[in-house]
Design a protein around this ligand. Sequence first.
Ligand code: SIN
Length: 522
Amino acid sequence: MATEIHIHHGPLVIGAGLAGLSVALNTAPHATLVLAPVALGVACSSAWAQGGIAAALSPEDTPKDHETDTINAGAGIVDELAAKTLTEMGPGTVHKLNAMGAPFDHKADGSFVLNREAAHGLARVARVGGDLAGKAILEAVVNTALAAPHIEIWEPAFALGLIRSDDETVIGAVVDYGGRRVEVYAPVVIMASGGSGGLFAVTTNPANLRGEGMAMAALAGAVIADPEFVQFHPTALKFGLDPAPLATEALRGEGATLIDKTGHRFVFDDHPDGELAPRDIVARAVHKADLNGGAFLDAREAIGEHFPAEFPTVFASCMAQGLDPRVQPMPVAPAAHYHMGGIRTDIDGRTSLKNLFAVGECASTGVHGANRLASNSLLEAAAFGERIGIAATTDLHPAAFAPDTETAIRPLLPPVLAPADLQALRNEMSHQAGVVRDEAGLTALLGLVDRLDLRYPGALALVNARLIATCALHRRESRGSHYRSDYPQTDVEGRRTYITWAEVQNRAGEPTECSSQACLTS
Ligand code: SIN
């Protein structure tokens, strides 16, 4: 296939979810090219978010309290500056989205209707139409982006790898644009490609999101942070669907209970806050109950007849499977939901590579630590998207951009796993790198990655799987979403993981000795 060359004199944004579009809305007047892999507003995690967006919006709340809850949920490794920055931006960000047309639910006095979700000290989650927040917020942002004269959107278009001018400087990306192969050169590249949930067999994320952005950045030499921290949502609906439909945590905020097959509210066995305990604890309790005969979310009493109006998305998912949640408990199981790890950035989205920024789920500012606080991710996408749009274009001189396309370092084009091999990888990721992990399982998973690598060298899914599994193997403690049954203790000192692809490869085959300083730590 012939490769075209396109020199773009402005920011190139890889990804068109809430994070990518929020960046683009803040890069004016620079001409900004956005790559949308699928139709706008459809298969991206932000559009699927149900609960809403967390921010200190009530008179009883403050950004400082929101910051404290964020830090506590993150199990000792939250970047405090990132948490402070995010939570201080919270109220302003929600007001801006509201002004953009996101139809948040309001009370008669004009204040926001706020939901309570796990590990929040009070009701703090602004919602839309009950459980339609992600879809409605994204719709407002998409409409604004489509009307913005400085934004050009290529659809369907996705990046295959990053182009560099030297080992440290990104100058563009190789792109598949509707089947055409295009080398797009740009003075600044912003990765906003979403998370890794699709790497797991059971996920609430669109299946096409397999951490491609993190893998491309790793292959280009960027530092990756905390890849082992994957959050599992406790209550995905267990109907055998792929992806698994979400049953929002707001249901538990409204009083829905988690029961086992005997009707026992089992989460209280593990935590005094029961259903509203931190997400990792609830996920492990649900996992255990699921293995022992089933876990069920029971909204009959707390929500009952209000279900269709209050939670239309969850209601439709249940009714489509012949289950009426007004009168029947819903079968649930944990599912891969959010990647706290990603491309390491500072709070302005700067990565370790020049001219490469990252934002949203593919990035890791450290704001989520080891366990993201519910509904902080839509806030992160919108608020940090704004910051990064501004940071990436401050002092940008696109007219002076003149890349040498002759000497550019192009990526090797990644092979794509055949469907059966991809499914085998996803099954093993869910089984061995899921809610409960141990050395034997993670080693077996890495064995599968090794075998697949012989046939698909450099496949992005394998790069990500190796990053997650290697760092999970070498973190010999349990912290937040990372639970090791063979190392259940939490180390006194929290440490983050920082690692490059070269370091991960050098550690291939290394048995289990964790040289934590070399590895990885801050
Ligand atoms: C939910 O609605 O339970 C998901 C919210 C989130 O993951 O932030």
